[in-house]
Design a protein around this ligand. Structure first.
Ligand code: ATP
Length: 324
């Protein structure tokens, strides 16, 4: 479980994270989306007790990031943008080192390393120096490091960046498996298709503030309005005399296509279809117009940018600690 309330971080007078309140339950995935510099990594760093909040609180696996940082670090598997990969070690040595840090005994370390190297297709590179790994191989190794101690909480910053599509699928499958074994997961990603596929809930952060949060369906409804349905006719058709039920509005006509907004599709779609048939409409197909997370995201960002007061403060560079 991850819970935050009013979580905030200032760097000097610059507010990198501002009043973030979130809750992610075991077995659920939250996707944290936002532009470069929006505050995602800073939020993740606070949740791993690498950075202390300047305001608010956060609990990770029941531990307070302020009062119990060691327990928090033991509970999380973290994949950051800069992995801190130790290039002179071999892949096997690297994972073994982190297995020791997390106090796994040698049998457990061996079995986890074998499993993870095999899973990510790195077995042949186990004795190769990490400095010789490709970008995607390093990313997989960093992910294996995050998973080595089977943590209950995973914080994954761009988990599939630099990966080929096959490897990205492997990672998605692994994240799905971790979710079904009741892990609590936050993913920061710029890949909206990935977020759409994996996340149970989505939060969009802008200049340190959460603009909107909810399930994909809730966000679509809230941001894009009622679901739209498109009716394709066999020829151009004018809906004169068409009796629309309350809750259905005609949203546009383009040639042989008519679009309707339907507030309660389960109840109103059968009535709409009945009315169309009664009016002798030459209906060929009737289907939902797909709405994507990308549309939601772009609309939320456009609205935020239209209404913003630009913050001109330059961030002051502040000392950071690295995990290990
Ligand atoms: P990206 O998508 O590019 O990874 P992000 O959403 O993860 O971006 P953060 O890394 O959290 O963004 O940065 C949020 C803001 O805080 C940025 O303006 C960044 O410059 C600033 N910032 C982050 N770390 C520090 C630091 N140690 N000292 C000063 N400012 C910082």
């Amino acid at each position: 479980m991850i819970e935050t309330h009013d979580l905030s971080k200032h760097f000097g007078s610059f507010q990198a994270v501002d009043g973030v309140t979130l809750s992610v339950k075991p077995g659920k995935i939250l996707a944290l989306l936002g532009q470069n510099g929006a505050g995602k990594t800073t939020t993740v760093r606070m949740l791993t007790a690498l950075l202390f909040p300047t305001r608010g609180w956060a609990k990770v696996n029941g531990f307070d990031v302020f009062k119990q940082p060691a327990q928090v670090r033991a509970s999380v598997g973290v994949l950051t943008e800069q992995h801190g990969i130790y290039v002179r070690m071999t892949g096997g040595e690297y994972l073994n080192f982190f297995g020791e840090v997390y106090q796994l005994d040698s049998a457990a370390r061996k079995s986890r390393i074998d499993y993870l190297m095999d899973y990510f297709g790195l077995s042949e590179a186990i004795n190769q120096r990490v400095g010789e790994y490709s970008k995607g191989m390093r990313q997989k190794l960093a992910l294996a490091r995050a998973l080595i101690h089977e943590p209950p909480v995973l914080l994954l910053d761009e988990p599939t960046s630099a990966m080929d599509p096959e490897s990205a699928k492997l990672v998605h499958d692994e994240i799905g498996r971790l979710k079904s074994s009741q892990r609590t997961i936050i993913i920061c990603t710029h890949n909206l298709v990935e977020a759409e596929q994996l996340a149970d809930s989505i939060a969009i952060i802008y200049r340190g503030k959460i603009l909107i949060t909810g399930s994909l369906d809730e966000l679509k409804q809230q941001v894009l309005g009622p679901i739209e349905y498109e009716v394709l006719m066999s020829k151009p058709w004018q809906p004169q005399g068409l009796n629309l039920p309350k809750g259905v509005t005609l949203n546009g006509i383009k040639g042989s296509r008519l679009r309707f907004h339907v507030e309660r599709p389960q109840e109103l779609n059968p009535i709409l279809l009945h009315q169309l048939t009664k009016s002798n409409a030459p209906v060929v197909t009737f289907q939902e117009v797909p709405q994507s997370l990308e549309q939601v995201y772009l609309k939320v960002m456009a609205d935020a940018q239209a209404g913003e007061v630009i913050n001109t403060h330059e961030p002051a560079i502040t000392q950071e600690v690295d995990l290990l």
